[in-house]
Ligand binder design. Structure first.
Ligand SMILES: Cc1ncc(COP(=O)(O)O)c(C=O)c1O
Length: 420
């Protein structure tokens, strides 16, 4: 038994699927202590969109450390935070025509979601937040209440309340438009649904099974929020920071959320950093009303500011979309070759995956791929979707190699199935 098994809590999870001790990581590759290389299609669950140890980000951080830049500062003004704010306004907000205040909650995605929901309740004086079937928003009690996954919810130990659940785009099948049902529930007098403080939505349900909300659905949800005078919160923690092609995952739809949650790849290097974007009119926090020790860490500000260089023009977005269409076509090929094992290709941009007909095949494919040198995780309520999250900076050849490993893993499972 190794030190992890003897002393680390049983709560550990990803290491059970990928049971290797990792030592180094560079770009799209992770290396075990035995120096074996693994292609990384997991990317820290979306926290490593620019790959591991991107040299430009490492250089920014090491030079900041070398000149004794402030490390910890609560929410004091620092040069590192100032540079990040300036860069974010110049590179992201102004070009997108967006006007938002930036709030730094604790360092995790769940911290951003908690802050967003708390602010929505405070601003509207309403208690319920509307969240979707398949939604994932984090593991702290408020965020967990908004999360749909039954296993995750079961760990709460208390009642998870003040959430109403709405059907996500496509949840009710092709013949029923979710928006009609949502509107009927929330706008019919006597439906029993109180008006919510906010509707919280992911544009792609990255944990919930790679379901994608169409632009028209997002636009209808925005219009509904206006009619109900409730806030629209987009949880862009996993789908944002370029994962679907543009910096924000909702840009294509043209919606203007009241609150946007970012985290994961915001710092670029994998350092913990979360941010809540708030429309100025609803930035009604009292000073210190949502406090915390680690709100905006300076090392993360330094690398986050450097990572924004990727977004100075359209070059990076164009590269992401080229990789994404290659990914789509290769996944479609895998599906076509294995129709009895794979039912569908789902997702958008650089978060796409294979839906397995049998739930147990998700884990089996991930295991076989790992044995052949590819790290790829599963998602969905029963882990039935093999989910690909390659770094956005991945070389075409490495992406191709990883997809070949995945293809062999799927073919192997399909063959075993036929033999059984
Ligand atoms: C959409 C979304 N929201 C919130 C979270 C929670 O983030 P964290 O794990 O950093 O608390 C996640 C994590 O996977 C996520 O994907």
């Amino acid at each position: 038994m190794n030190i992890f098994e003897s002393h680390e809590s049983t709560v550990r999870s990803y290491c059970r699927s990928f049971p290797v001790t990792f030592d180094r990581a560079e770009g799209s590759l992770m290396y075990g202590v035995d120096k074996r290389a693994y292609i990384d299609f997991f990317s820290g669950a979306g926290a490593l969109n620019y790959g591991h140890n991107h040299p430009y980000l490492v250089e920014a951080l090491t030079s900041y450390i070398a000149h004794s830049g402030v490390v910890h500062s609560l929410d004091l003004y620092t040069r590192a935070k100032e540079r990040f704010l300036e860069q974010f306004v110049q590179t992201i907000l102004i070009p997108h025509g967006m006007d938002y205040r930036l709030m730094f909650p604790g360092p995790t995605g769940a911290n951003a979601v908690e802050a967003a929901m708390k602010l929505a309740r405070k601003v509207t004086w309403r208690t319920n937040i509307a969240a979707f079937t398949g939604g994932f928003h984090g593991m702290t009690l408020g965020a967990l209440a908004a999360t749909a996954n039954a296993d995750k919810r079961a760990g709460a130990g208390v009642e998870l309340g003040n959430i109403i659940r709405l059907p996500y785009d496509g949840f009710l099948g092709v013949d029923t438009d979710s928006i009609d049902v949502i509107s009927a529930l929330l706008e019919t007098p006597g439906s029993g649904y109180d008006k919510p403080a906010a509707i919280i939505i992911e544009t792609v349900q990255c944990e919930g099974g790679l379901h994608v909300a169409q632009s028209t659905f997002l636009q209808s949800i925005e219009a509904l929020c206006h009619r109900l005078e409730c806030l629209l919160i987009v949880d862009d923690i996993q789908a944002g920071c370029g994962r679907t092609g543009s910096f924000f995952s909702f840009s294509e739809s043209g919606i203007q959320p009241d609150i946007i949650c970012l985290s994961k790849s915001l710092s670029g290097l994998g350092l913990p950093l979360s941010m809540v974007l708030i429309r100025p009119e609803i930035d009604r926090w009292k000073p210190g009303e949502h406090n915390g020790t680690f709100r905006g860490h300076n090392y993360a500000f330094v690398t986050a500011a450097a990572a924004l260089e990727f977004w100075r023009d359209n070059t990076f977005a164009t590269q992401i979309m080229a990789n994404a269409s290659f990914l789509r076509s290769r996944l479609k090929e895998i599906q076509t070759a294995n129709p009895t094992t794979i039912s569908e290709v789902r997702g958008r941009g650089m978060v796409q995956g294979l839906v397995c007909r049998s739930a147990s095949h998700g884990a089996a494919i991930s295991k076989a791929a790992f044995e052949a040198g590819l790290i790829v995780e599963t998602c969905g309520p029963q882990d039935e979707v093999v989910k690909l999250l390659p770094p956005l900076t991945i070389d075409h050849a490495v992406l191709d190699d990883g997809l070949s490993i995945l293809s062999s893993a799927v073919c192997g499972i399909a063959k075993n199935e036929r033999a059984a």
